[in-house]
Design a protein around this ligand. Structure first.
Ligand code: MN
Length: 409
């Protein structure tokens, strides 16, 4: 096999030839013949995976001949590795070129869909910088980090049914808006529409109830990652969240990127998570604790406003998985386990408007001269990311995008 991929990557392509993420596409111009199929994104094209696998007589052809990633997710890590290995061989051995070319479709001709059936959705709270900033704003005068925070990976259960694919417009939600301490609420469209830049881990292989998943078994269960925008209505959230946590301030919509990046694409991105003088309980221990060197970029109407560093996250995805199952809860295929807002130590690394504008008190300046405390109707938020790849290159991890629409009525 040649070291060189025979497919050239044009400038500006979202993915090169190293990420090879999986998604679900259709070709609307082809009518019924353009039904949903599993694709692999490469350069400026989408590879019809079942089309190529069928022509080449691959054993896995039936697993990927589906309108959704679910059967591939369920097939487990050995299958995940062999499919990826074969796709890499196809792209490097010129002997496969005619079949592969016949199954490559221009990105411009496809529509992308929600790639997998989302089972349960859990959102963690694993950035220490984010947790401290929120503490400073909402609980001034006391220690910013809650006393349990370094011992227990905190999270809330979200709403899987309102997870939408990138590009879906998001209507500004209405609800009970808090009016500060002690005041009674008003009702109406949120005045504090926000995004949260996050990374989501997609469970492929579920687990049995009452059989906790050890930290070391992370890669036996998790297929890959996508980018997540956990849209948030801060005035609704601030009024409702005590004492049981987020509810309607979050559940109206959560956007995910259309391309799921397999863990096998991230071999060069693992690095030890930040150290701590607090020893976690035994079920959360691993040495070192493996985090990921992912660099996120948040754009508002195309203007970069933040570069959150996932490498600064305190709790690792493997610890999150171990914690989620320690009480006997089972994992299911399609579970989405999100990191929580990714915020680094610097002001330009904060992963939401709440922190970037300090709850609207320090407006964010965009490249067109306009300013924001929170999101306006019509604003488009895009969260993209890169990671270290082979030979010192960085690989693209895709993007999740969504535009805010005015509240209805
Ligand atoms: Mn969140």
């Amino acid at each position: 096999m040649s070291d060189e991929c025979w497919l050239t990557v044009p400038d500006g392509a979202e993915f090169g030839t190293d990420t090879l993420p999986y998604g679900v596409f259709s070709q609307p111009k082809r009518g019924e013949a353009g039904a949903r199929r599993i694709g692999v994104a490469v350069a400026d094209r989408v590879l019809d995976l079942a089309g190529a696998a069928g022509r080449l007589g691959e054993e896995f052809a039936a697993v990927v001949d589906a309108p959704v990633l679910d059967p591939l997710l369920a097939a487990g890590p050995r299958m995940w590795r062999s499919v990826r290995r074969r796709v890499i061989e196809w792209l490097h051995d010129p002997g496969y070129r005619p079949v592969v070319l016949a199954n490559l479709i221009s990105r411009a001709d496809v529509e992308l869909h929600r790639p997998f059936t989302v089972a349960d959705f859990v959102d963690f709270y694993s950035s220490e910088h984010h947790a401290r900033n929120v503490g400073r704003m909402f609980r001034p005068g006391v220690e910013s980090l809650p006393p349990n925070w370094r011992h227990v990976p905190l999270a809330y259960h979200g709403r899987a049914g309102t997870i939408v694919p990138s590009g879906t417009p998001i209507e500004r939600p209405r609800g009970q808006r808090g009016q500060g301490e002690g005041g009674s609420p008003s009702f109406g469209a949120t005045r504090k529409m926000d995004f949260e830049a996050e990374v989501g881990f997609v469970v492929g292989v579920g687990s049995q109830r009452e059989r906790p998943v050890p930290v070391a078994d992370f890669a036996e269960h998790v297929f890959g990652l996508c980018l997540v925008n956990d849209w948030s209505a801060r005035d609704i959230q601030a009024w409702e969240y005590r004492p049981l946590g987020p509810f309607l301030g979050k559940s109206f919509a959560t956007s995910i990127s259309p391309w799921v990046v397999p863990l096998d694409a991230l071999d060069h991105a693992w690095l030890p998570a930040p150290g701590s003088d607090v020893e976690p309980l035994p079920y959360l221990r691993s040495a070192p604790r493996w985090g990921l060197d992912l660099e996120l970029t948040v754009r508002l109407n195309g203007y970069p406003i933040s570069q959150p560093a996932y490498s600064t996250m305190y709790w690792t995805p493997a610890q999150q998985l171990a914690h989620l199952t320690i009480n006997g809860a089972a994992l299911r295929r399609g579970d989405l386990i999100a990191s929580g807002t990714v915020s680094g130590a610097e002001p330009n690394q904060r992963g939401c408007m709440l922190e970037l504008s300090w709850d609207g008190s320090d407006l964010v300046l965009l490249g067109d001269g306009s300013q924001r405390g929170y999101l306006n109707d019509g604003d488009e938020v895009s969260i993209s990311a890169t990671a270290p790849g082979p030979a010192g290159r960085r690989i693209g991890l895709g993007a999740v995008t969504g535009r805010v629409l005015p509240a209805r009525g």
